[in-house]
Design a protein around this ligand. Structure first.
Ligand code: HEM
Ligand code: HEM
Length: 180
């Protein structure tokens, strides 16, 4: 375990974690519980604004995930390859959630009332399909996040300080590559 994440990756990881955990928890809460129309309305518009703003951050983060990989000279161990595969899958599923979220919109996309993007689809069948894929990909994402958190806990309890790697603390004697 020699790599250390650059500051921008750490920042983007925690920003994404807060937004995704909030959108998953509040989205499923509202979808599965009897809530008032006003709660449904404010959670809906907050989440659409937040997650739309998150799209460029996600694109940047996915770009860094591809560009700031460990040098592929030495063969990666099996557990590192597995972690990389699960992390790659998380990125893929977040991408599907974001695209289908935009495509399922039945009105203009308003970002905190400041900017408005037109509703992309008009055909109700396509909107319904996007809605179904959005819900299913959110379920898959929630399962991947649960797996991710279990893996982090397991590493920490086995004495591997993975949370420290995903922090702003610099490891002693390590030169951070691609650092800004
Ligand atoms: C990190 C990204 C996102 C996450 C984790 C997320 C999560 C969720 C969840 C858990 C639900 C409830 C389950 C369902 O009914 O499908 C939901 C519903 C919804 N999402 Fe997303 N979403 C994300 C991005 C987006 C984006 C970018 C948009 C559109 C710009 C969007 C629009 C919607 C809409 C319109 C609903 C239905 C709300 C309602 O029926 O009241 N989502 N989302
Ligand atoms: C409180 C919640 C979370 C904690 C404590 C946490 C912790 C961590 C840690 C310690 C790492 C570094 C693992 C390593 O290098 O082996 C990591 C990486 C990662 N985490 Fe999380 N995480 C959390 C939430 C999330 C969420 C919600 C997502 C996305 C849905 C996520 C996606 C990722 C990804 C894709 C990586 C790979 C590194 C990267 O590309 O930035 N994490 N996480």
């Amino acid at each position: 375990m020699s790599i250390h994440y650059s500051r921008r990756r750490v920042l983007l990881h925690w920003l994404s974690a807060v937004i995704i955990l909030w959108a998953l928890a509040s989205g499923f809460y509202v979808a599965l519980n009897p809530v008032s129309a006003s709660t449904q309305q404010w959670v809906g518009s907050l989440n659409v604004s937040l997650t739309t703003l998150f799209i460029p951050c996600f694109v940047w983060r996915a770009w860094l995930f591809v560009c700031e990989r460990e040098p592929s000279g030495a063969a990666l161990s099996l557990d590192k390859r597995l972690a990389l595969a699960v992390h790659g899958l998380i990125y893929l599923v977040i991408g599907v959630v974001l695209v289908t979220g935009v495509l399922m919109m039945k009105s203009a996309i308003s970002v905190f009332g400041l900017v408005r993007f037109p509703q992309p689809l008009a055909d109700p069948v396509s909107i319904e399909l996007a809605n179904t894929v959005h819900t299913l990909s959110c379920v898959v994402l929630a399962m991947l996040v649960a797996l991710h958190l279990c893996a982090v806990l397991w590493h920490e309890f086995s004495g591997r300080r993975v949370v420290r790697r995903m922090s702003f603390a610099k490891p002693a004697g390590t030169i951070q590559s691609a650092q800004r």
